[in-house]
Design a protein around this ligand. Structure first.
Ligand code: N01
Length: 580
């Protein structure tokens, strides 16, 4: 069989591994590295032709990280921290992909990863106590453990617009961008969507295109990145204190470190609010939301930051009607906050137009355009920046069958059900990295990945130590966790609007707040307790009765005391759970 890269290989029939890992993004790579450390035989299947996951697929113009690079990186190896040099405050996608490849080479990961291969089925054999895995390349292999490292934002959302087949030009999705790049010079381009991917790509596309028309369903909150090159002095100063910085980050509700003011906005005078918002705006980026402690909990407090940001938009965008359209009405930071470079400024260019599709949606595509409210907007190419079937979409693409023939898709029909976002009852020995019900996308993703992998590897190590055949989440504990995730989400204003956090960016999906919003350190503490109590909430089968406490192999660095200084005022309301 020929693949995208032209590589030929015979299907693997019948090989048995200790563990199969699905996906070779940061999660899959680190899992492979750690499982090897336990001496396990591991096979990683990856749909793409290379490592990097999100950073392999999302190659749209302007793609870059919006967590500072010095923190958006692995922390498990001090040598790695010291040897790798980021060039910019927010690194561009090619550099992050180069980092992923560096990891794969440095830790000799390539030899256990099979590329160009999508896992299609995972079926649990109750008698044998193992997973059978099938792929689109004809592989049929088995493993004791199946680990889903499939990513939270990796199943593209492609809304079905009428006339799609009629359209004569190319249609690109930001999440599956052509590797050779796209040159829009001289073309009329239509961009659908105004989320993070659109916000990053629109200013660059506008530099090339003859005409750019942006179709906006919901206006977006965005804060300037003020991206800049990192000087050798800065790199040196961070590296000199990397372990402390990493430890501080782990104690933060978001899993990354930034200045955070706990004072409620409503207790500050109007002048103080204005001054602090202005200072934070000038620093830029996601920390803008940390200007006051109640911004995501009190609508009145949120109104103050929203009004400040609206004034900024009106100050940048010259045409008042366009500025009005660009000013969001919803809660500031309710959807994932965007971080931009010149996004609002782009609308001052004479060849850039904004079309409101909030009340009158896109009707259809024609051979050469997009029709809204009876008017045709001519375009030569379409960029669909329409996001992802978040959190569960990547699981839906695989038929995962557990005990009694129940599929995960059926079990999750009314919303995902997991214990700690790590496992789901009825699916023994199936693990998820940053699954729904864990902080995942509300924390710095790489920290969230590392914490999950370290915990899972200590779990698998313990199972080997005591001779356990299977581990499975107990239904009652899973139910309690699902209820807790839901209850805590209600404390935050983030649960009040339509967003991919809730699955409501796509019609027909159940409205469930999927990531755990209680804060990274509280979540980590819960995981630590579960492990210390002999994997409380899980059923371990097949082991002789033993009181052997789990050995802490890798989770030690996550066992830091909670830093109550960073807990938000909502802690009390959320049963002492910090919410950000
Ligand atoms: O996707 P999105 P994204 N007609 O879902 C619109 C991460 N990320 O790829 O808001 C018209 O945010 C939709 O409208 P609405 C980051 O976590 C990180 O941009 O649903 N419009 C929205 O405007 C981010 O949050 C970086 O009303 C339609 C847009 O398409 C997440 O990935 C960079 C539509 C989709 O926005 C997803 O971001 C990029 C329709 N039928 C992404 N359907 C970093 O910087 C959808 N839309 C690290």
């Amino acid at each position: 069989m020929t693949t995208e890269t032209g590589r030929m290989r015979a299907a693997d029939i019948g090989t048995s591994f200790d563990a199969i890992v699905v996906g070779a993004g940061f999660a899959g790579m680190y899992m492979l590295h750690r499982l090897r450390g336990l001496g396990l035989s591991v096979r990683v299947f990856e749909a793409g032709s290379g490592v990097g996951g999100t950073w392999y697929w999302n190659r749209y113009p302007g793609a870059r990280c919006d967590v500072e690079s010095m923190q958006y990186s692995f922390s498990f190896s001090e040598e790695l921290d010291q040897e790798w040099n980021w060039s910019e405050k927010y690194s561009p996608q090619p550099e992050i992909l180069a980092y992923a490849n560096h990891i794969a080479e440095r830790f000799d990961l390539f030899r256990d990863i099979v590329f160009d291969t999508r896992v299609t089925k995972a079926t649990f054999d109750e008698k044998a106590g193992c997973w059978y895995i099938e792929t689109d390349r004809g592989d049929e292999v088995s493993a004791k453990f199946c680990i889903m490292a499939v990513g939270c934002l990796s199943a593209p959302n492609r809304p079905r617009f009428g006339g799609t087949d009629e359209f004569k030009g190319p249609i690109y999705h930001t999440g599956e961008w052509p590797h050779e790049g796209v040159d829009f010079t001289g073309l009329r381009v239509g961009v659908i969507g105004t989320g993070s991917s659109a916000i990053q790509s629109i200013p660059i596309i506008a530099q090339q295109a003859r005409e750019l028309t942006v179709f906006q369903r919901t206006a977006t909150w965005s804060v300037p990145a003020w991206n800049e090159p990192l000087t050798p002095e800065y790199l040196k100063s961070v590296k000199a204190h990397y372990p402390e910085l990493r430890a501080k980050a782990r104690a933060r509700p978001t899993g990354f470190y930034f200045p955070y003011n706990l004072k409620p906005a409503l207790q500050a005078s109007a002048e103080e609010r204005e001054r602090l918002y202005e200072e934070a705006w000038q620093r830029g980026g996601l920390p803008f939301l940390g200007t006051f402690g109640d911004l995501l909990f009190e609508r009145e407090a949120n109104d103050t930051i929203a009004e400040f940001a609206r004034k900024k938009i009106r100050g940048i965008v010259k045409d008042p009607a366009t500025a009005d359209l660009l000013c969001p009405e919803n809660v500031f930071g309710c959807k994932r906050l965007c971080v931009d470079t010149g996004y609002f400024e782009t609308y001052n260019l004479p060849h850039v137009k904004l079309v409101d599709v909030s009340k009158k949606p896109i009707e259809r595509f024609t051979a050469g355009g997009i029709v809204v409210d009876g008017a045709e907007y001519p375009v030569d190419a379409i960029v669909s920046a329409t996001g992802f079937a978040a959190m569960t979409g990547s699981f839906d693409r695989i038929v995962i069958t557990g005990r009694g023939g129940l599929t995960l898709a059926e079990k999750w029909r009314a919303g995902p059900r997991t214990y700690l976002g790590l496992a789901s009852a009825g699916f023994p020995n199936l693990f998820m990295i940053t699954g729904p019900g864990s902080p995942s996308v509300l924390a710095s993703m790489i920290q969230a990945i590392e914490q999950h992998v370290d915990w899972l590897v200590d779990c698998i190590g313990h199972m080997r130590d005591i001779g356990a055949a299977t581990i499975e989440a107990r239904v009652e504990d899973e139910d309690a966790w699902v209820e807790h995730v839901d209850e805590v989400s209600k404390v935050s204003l983030r649960s009040t609007c339509s967003s991919w956090y809730l699955g409501t960016n796509i019609a027909g999906r159940p409205r469930v707040f999927m990531p755990y919003i209680g804060g990274f350190p509280i979540y980590v503490q819960k995981c630590n307790e579960v492990m210390s109590n002999g994997f409380d909430g899980f059923v371990l089968e097949g082991a002789a009765a033993t009181n052997k406490p789990p050995e802490v192999r890798y989770t030690g660095r996550w066992r830091a005391p909670l830093d109550m200084e960073v807990m938000s005022p909502a802690t009390v309301a959320a049963r002492r759970v910090p919410v950000v």
